[in-house]
Design a protein around this ligand. Structure first.
Ligand code: SF4
Ligand code: SF4
Length: 496
């Protein structure tokens, strides 16, 4: 079924650039010599390493356990733990993260530690997904099991599977849907069971005809799974817009999709869920798009988590010219990195090597009040007004204008004829507000602890004064001091 064009508010039509990388089959990377597994490759707290330097590990073995809402991490290959230390990471703003450095065996053995993957109930099914360390691979990197557990006490009507991949250049989901449609649909069936939804809809943009056909064929026997075609329209793949397009419901501000009876998951995550429940495989590999005009041969590579970006570039034949910008993720919502010696993580969908011609215009001019950013905003915000408030350092007023609802989708900046870096304003303001909130919380905690201490000291002083007064009163009532025991004089022998 193909919907009419206007399904979501606003949005833009950037040049897809999908053909650069979607013409060839997924390339499977040979086992790398070393892997760098970050302990923080999901939302929540960093995972806790459960191995030590020098330990021998087998493929599939858990090397770090999720804690505080995070996810388990497993060894993709057998090898030896060389170090657990800081290493450069492909994260926004650069910087380092603690990583487990695994020296892979020169001849990786074929043993793979399988997860216990039999279940009797929904809760046990979800536990297997948690054991496998599966996170949302569409960019959210939220542990899939945590999200699923939230459905145990909710009624879910529709399971939505996101195959939009609306960011330009990225084609990893497209290729996964084409080549691994059995795993994707298998994962959808498990998810239907896990969240007890009545039906599932797989939504795919119409610029992926091969993926659409593969899914239609793979679901021909499933009465409760539909495949629906959506128009190519950025940001169709953003969760709120995706739900709006397929279910015609809006998720109210401050609410989750499960509050409106919808559960959303990405196609590649479905394939990972299938591999865990069907075969007991933990999440140790993923498909990554390598693309951009500076890359010799753009392609999709299935690589173990922890592979260095430099090794993926070498597989693509290297760079044909120096990249003007390296972007992790898509060009609309991704972030820039400078160091190719950083590894891919569970949420790395693509790495782009863009040449000068592919970069947006960087010299901006004053706002001409054309209102195009307002028309393009899928959240119905006033990007021009918000940017002005942020430029004047009035973050409170920007919040009142709806900054908290901003998806950082980049549609406004993309359409702006003055090339104003609107998304950068909103990204800066969101980070700054988060930082200020954290500082306020810290100050509040310190104030509360100080108040508690003062109260305790006051109570102790009152208690001491009361005891002293009671003693004094007792002495006054007795008229004399309490008698001491009479001294027994020491004998001469004791003294000697
Ligand atoms: S980045 Fe924010 S303000 Fe700009 S279009 Fe997207 S949601 Fe609207
Ligand atoms: S699109 Fe750019 S120039 Fe036009 S109103 Fe928005 S900020 Fe101003």
């Amino acid at each position: 079924m193909l919907f009419s064009k206007r399904l979501i508010k606003g949005g833009v039509h950037p040049n897809g650039q999908k053909k650069l990388s979607n013409n060839n089959a997924i390339v499977k990377l040979a086992p790398p010599k070393r892997l760098f597994l970050s302990l923080k490759q999901h939302s929540g707290a960093p995972a806790k390493a459960v191995i030590q330097v020098g330990d021998k590990v087998t493929a599939g073995q858990m090397i770090a356990t999720g804690q505080g809402g995070s996810a388990n991490i497993h060894a993709p290959y057998s090898g030896t733990i060389e170090s657990i230390a800081e290493h450069v990471a492909a994260i926004p703003g650069g910087g380092k993260q603690t990583m487990v450095q695994l020296l892979c065996d020169s001849e990786p053995n074929n043993n793979y530690i399988k997860l216990h993957h039999h279940y009797q109930s929904r809760a046990e099914l979800i536990d297997i997904i948690a054991d496998a360390g599966i996170v949302g691979m569409g960019g959210a990197i939220f542990p899939a099991a945590t999200k699923l557990r939230s459905t145990l006490n909710k009624e879910i009507d529709t399971l939505l599977i996101n195959g939009c991949e609306c960011e330009p250049y990225l084609t990893c989901d497209d290729l996964v849907m084409q080549e691994q449609c059995v795993q994707v649909v298998g994962g959808v069936r498990y998810l239907l069971e896990a969240c007890a939804a009545k039906k599932a809809i797989i939504g795919v943009e119409d610029n992926k005809p091969l993926a659409l056909q593969a899914l239609i064929d793979a679901t021909s026997e499933d009465d409760n799974i539909e495949v629906q075609t959506l128009p190519t329209h950025y940001p169709m793949g953003s969760a709120k817009q995706f739900i709006q397009a397929l279910c015609k419901v809006e998720v109210p501000k401050g609410k989750r999709s499960t509050d409106v009876g919808v559960f959303v998951q990405n196609v590649a995550t479905c394939a990972a869920i299938y591999n865990a429940l069907r075969f007991g495989n933990a999440m140790t590999q993923r498909v990554v798009t390598l693309s951009g005009g500076a890359l010799e041969q753009p392609m999709n590579i299935e690589a173990p988590i922890g592979t260095l970006i430099s090794e993926l570039v070498a597989t693509c034949g290297g760079l044909k010219l120096s990249a003007a910008r390296i972007v992790v993720g898509g060009p609309m919502m991704g972030h820039t990195i400078t160091n190719m010696h950083s590894p891919i993580m569970k949420g790395t969908s693509g790495i782009l090597f863009l040449n000068e011609d592919e970069l947006p215009q960087t010299t901006s001019s004053p706002c001409v009040s054309c209102g195009r950013c307002v028309a393009a905003c899928p959240m119905g915000l006033l990007p021009n007004a918000m940017a002005e408030l942020i430029a004047n350092d009035d973050l409170e007023a920007a919040q009142k204008q709806g900054l908290n609802s901003c998806l950082l989708c980049g549609s406004c900046a993309f359409i702006c004829p003055a090339s104003l870096p609107l998304t950068q304003y909103f990204s800066y303001a969101t980070t700054e507000i988060g930082r200020q909130k954290k500082m306020q919380q810290k100050a509040q905690l310190a104030r509360r602890l100080n108040q508690q201490r003062t109260r305790r000291l006051e109570q102790e002083a009152i208690k001491k004064a009361a005891e002293k007064a009671a003693k004094k009163a007792a002495r006054a009532a007795g008229g004399t001091r309490p008698q001491r025991s009479p001294r027994v004089p020491k004998t001469a022998k004791q003294e000697s």
